[in-house]
Design a protein around this ligand. Structure first.
Ligand SMILES: [Zn+2]
Length: 401
């Protein structure tokens, strides 16, 4: 078994664990930096290793459109292509198909949509998306699901959740079909890239398919989805989708509690697309192990900076001669060297280094927040740690971006 999850310690619903993958372990709870297009924007893989990232996320929709998943496969798979030796998770593209693409038509077979890049017509099915994710070769692959707006009514949420479950069965069948045609899948722990390159199909048995629990903000739908999914297969882990998409925070936390009860405690849970500091802490307290969020890099491009004392915007005039680092409590490569005044100067002058330093800091901030939470679970003081952390973070209201 290439994948396993070992829980070292718990605190209420929260867990400190180790998720083992063919490309190494992921200590959880963990924040996964987002490298949608096979790059975490402005950062080099070495930066990510230095700041202790263990697993990163990439995206099937985007890489299928550009450069093409066939190109990535030809280049030896995503790990080799982007020179990232550690674990990778690929999102299936469900979210992008339903949010970015124009003129989509959904039926039971799949989704027809127009590429947001060139308007060309595309058709995704559960089977074709599994083939794309297989070509990319990530360690964890997400099922293709039907994603709906956050506050959808119950009928819409049920329809999408039921369809996602039917599509999950097709994803699983396709993954099994592809694996059956791939030989032994034995790669050993040696130079796997070479093996992958000579026969990319050998990666098959090294991928874990995660189902996605949908159901909007309707507790009984979430519960039913979790039960239906559990009865289908012994999954290596579970995704929780369709949250933090416009609903009230309390509704999201309630859904997390419902799902926490409904999923097996023994398997990792990944809360998709959620990773603002307060959400990360509240998610961990409700049994979530993995998070991802584009916020640290996307907000960095607008000048927004996470700090222990809340969010600040480096563009503001008050930082023009501020000698302090972005966050005096941060030990990232930006904060240990540069002043707010310097980074502000870079930023307002549109210098590339400004963007890079903000990304370095923000990604580091969330990685170390997840590490701090993990340590507090191991120390047995998660509740106190969370309260203190959130109280200080919320003391200053966020500055407008
Ligand atoms: Zn920093």
């Amino acid at each position: 078994m290439s994948f396993s999850f070992d829980i070292e310690s718990t605190a209420g619903s929260a867990r400190a664990g180790v998720f083992s993958t063919p490309h190494g372990p992921v200590e959880t709870p963990a924040f996964m930096p987002v490298g949608t297009l096979a790059t975490v924007k402005a950062l080099d893989p070495e930066d990510l290793v230095r700041m202790g990232a263990s697993m990163i996320l990439s995206n099937a929709y985007h890489l299928h459109l550009r450069p093409g998943d066939d190109v990535v496969r030809e280049m030896g798979g995503l790990h080799r292509f982007m020179q990232w030796e550690r674990p990778i998770l690929t999102d299936s593209g469900g979210f992008q198909v339903f949010s970015l693409a124009q003129l989509r038509t959904i039926n039971e077979e799949g989704v027809e949509f127009q590429s947001h890049i060139d308007g060309s017509s595309r058709f995704f099915t559960p089977e074709s998306v599994m083939q794309i994710e297989r070509n990319l070769g990530a360690d964890v692959i997400m099922q293709f699901d039907h994603v709906i707006p956050g506050q959808s009514d119950e009928g819409t949420a049920r329809d999408a959740s039921d369809r996602s479950i039917r599509w999950l069965a097709r994803c699983l069948a396709e993954v099994q079909r592809l694996e059956a045609g791939s030989g032994t899948g034995e790669e050993g722990s040696g130079p796997r890239e070479e093996v992958s390159r000579s026969n990319p199909r050998n990666r098959a048995n090294r991928q874990a398919l995660f189902p996605i629990v949908q159901g909007g903000i309707h507790a009984h739908l979430r519960r039913e989805a979790a039960e239906a999914i559990r009865s289908m297969n012994d999954w290596p882990g579970f995704g929780i989708g369709g949250l933090s998409v416009g609903e009230e925070k309390d509704a999201m936390y309630e859904m997390l509690e419902v799902v926490d009860d409904a999923l097996p405690e023994t398997h990792p849970r990944y809360l998709m697309g959620v990773g603002f500091p307060e959400d990360l802490i509240e998610g961990i307290r409700r049994g979530v192990d993995l998070f991802d969020c584009v916020a640290p890099t996307r907000m960095g491009r607008n000048g927004a900076v996470f700090t222990r004392d809340g969010r600040l915007n480096i563009k503001r005039t008050e930082y023009r001669t501020d000698p302090k680092p972005l966050d005096p409590d941060c030990d990232c490569a930006a904060c240990t060297r540069f002043s707010r005044a310097y980074i502000r100067h870079l930023f307002v002058s549109d210098e590339i280094l400004g963007l890079r330093l903000l990304s370095l800091h923000n990604v580091h901030f969330l990685l170390s927040l997840a590490r701090g939470a993990r340590q507090s679970i191991l120390n047995g003081n998660l509740e106190q740690w969370s309260r203190d952390w959130l109280a200080r973070y919320r003391m200053t209201s966020p500055q407008p971006v």
